[in-house]
Design a binder for this molecule. Sequence first.
Ligand code: PBG
Length: 327
Amino acid sequence: MDMINRPRRLRTSDTLRKMVRETRVSKSSLIYPLFVVEGENQVQEIPSMAGQYRYSVDRVLCKVEEMLRSGVDKVMVFGIPDHKDACGSQAYAQDGVVQRAMRAMKERFPELYIIGDVCMCEYTSHGHCGILNGDYVDNDKTLDYLAKIALSQVEAGADMVAPSDMMDGRVAAIRDLLDRCGRINTPIMSYAVKYASSFYGPFREAAGSAPAFGDRKSYQMDWHNSREAVKEALSDVEEGADILMVKPAMAYGDIISRVKEITDIPVAAYSVSGEYCMVKTCGNLGYVDETAIMCEIAAAAYRAGADIYLTYFAKELAKAIDEGRLG
Ligand code: PBG
């Protein structure tokens, strides 16, 4: 036998396999999405997302403490107001549910890094991500609102804002208002490449944000497209985005890789509600090893090029990293 190359040589022990690993997953790159609702003493389980809850402001603090203890110190906050109207006024109200939650979290846990999801669909009576003009979501009219929402979140304690509405020009509009208000160092993580995906189904149930008519295809991207992701990513970089996000994650590894290659800023991947739901449901039925699958799917996003990972499994991933199952 004169075989010199034996790829199996580097697979002979766990220690060696870990040393030569090409992909590292760190707790510091995990972001946990949190839903906050009005009222007191509310912890409402989301039926399609076993193990995920909507919290009232008083109860969300316990959840944050639990996350911090597990080593996850970044959260993305979604607000679900009782009152919804045509212009989503609770999204930018000073005492809106998301603003109150951010204030409370920042006061109690100054070390927590708070990211605000900037959108209108959880706040509008029609469930669309912007201001309507007839049946059409009016892009330019919506921009002023988005900027106002972002500013209100930053004033309430958000360390970073993340527009998820998919209006054209929103990054520039938000950057402009934040800068004029002296918030030059508040980064923008743009949901730059966001597809019109059925993977968001459970989230819309959780946030009560399903559109009352039509769909989001006139603003979110067509999932047949990949070159369009380049166009979206580059224009957001030009507008001043600090981090680009690709969403969903699991079925979009090619897109994550492509965005990573053509830009030089950090890339985030959002493993969305439908991904969580599928893994959790099959896990609960005993059809798959939930923890193993969760780790494999997370590693795939990082392997594709993600630097940052938003996931409902953040706490469980942190534990898997601690236990040496991933990382
Ligand atoms: C708001 C928003 C959505 C998600 C994040 N921000 C829903 C949507 O666009 O319909 C989805 C997150 C998830 O499914 O986990 N626009």
